[in-house]
Design a binder for this molecule. Structure first.
Ligand code: 9D3
Length: 229
């Protein structure tokens, strides 16, 4: 799977994703992630990519042309490999809220383009021309779309075949079955006077399974009762 991020801060995006599990998958050739600098597509002699909003108001608006030219260059590259135009996800607080189900659906795509805004947003005309999906990661205010794109790429990439190894496998997990996971323990058996629950040392697999099921339910009721509705 290939992720393409259109941004004014490509180093921020690459720096956050080329480590740990996602970095390993990139090195293994299971994922490709590229961050394209929208500023490289300005034709302005001062490299300008934003301007004052028509009608007045605070802040600056990203201009249509650099975003359009950046997208067209990406589109050509993607169509030549894949044969079809990609979905283009615009990261915006005005979008549909990202969810595990959306990650599962997007993981079926071969290419995804993320468009990250900064300042007061992007000229509406280019959004109408290129965007297929408007996506937010939740109801809180950030400074730009880069962190949301990185969050989504992390959530989608781990669902791609071969990205997680057996141990890390996505098969049994919170949200997938609408429940929180049971608590985990490792050595030592006693830490600062706190013992590992005896049932986990008993070797009775049926009892262990029952205990985990019970703890999972208890934890979900305490922390995320909304998941049980
Ligand atoms: C000060 C401008 N705001 C008026 C209320 C609108 C605004 C525009 C852009 C507020 C924040 C941002 C920057 N955020 C994103 O680009 C963003 C975001 C977010 O802030 N929260 C959750 N998901 C996302 S996806 C992109």
């Amino acid at each position: 799977m290939r992720f393409h991020v259109m941004t004014l801060f490509p180093d921020m995006v690459m720096g956050g994703l080329d480590t740990s599990i996602i970095g390993r998958a990139m090195k293994q050739g299971k994922l490709e992630i590229e961050a394209v600098n929208i500023r490289d597509y300005t034709r302005d002699k001062h490299m300008k990519v934003d301007d004052y909003p028509y009608g007045g108001g605070a802040g600056m608006v990203m201009q249509a042309e650099p975003v359009y030219l950046c997208y067209k260059a990406l589109e050509e590259q993607i169509v030549s490999k894949n044969g079809k135009k990609p979905r283009v996800l615009y990261m915006t607080p005005q979008g549909k809220v990202f969810h595990q189900r959306m990650a599962e659906e997007l993981a079926e795509e071969e290419d995804l383009v993320f468009l990250c805004g900064h300042y007061e947003g992007i000229d509406e005309r280019v959004l109408e021309m290129i965007v297929t999906d408007y996506v937010s990661i939740g109801d809180y205010v950030l400074t730009g779309g880069e962190l949301p794109a990185m969050v989504m790429i992390d959530a989608i990439a781990r669902l791609v075949d071969g990205v997680l190894n057996n141990d890390e496998s996505a098969k049994y997990e919170s949200f997938a079955d609408g429940r929180l996971e049971y608590p985990q323990y490792t050595r030592p058996e006693e830490f600062m006077g706190r013992k590992v629950p005896a049932v986990l040392l008993s070797g009775n697999h049926k009892k262990i399974e029952e205990w985990r099921e019970q703890e999972s339910m208890k934890r979900t009721m305490e922390r995320r009762p909304d998941l049980l509705i």
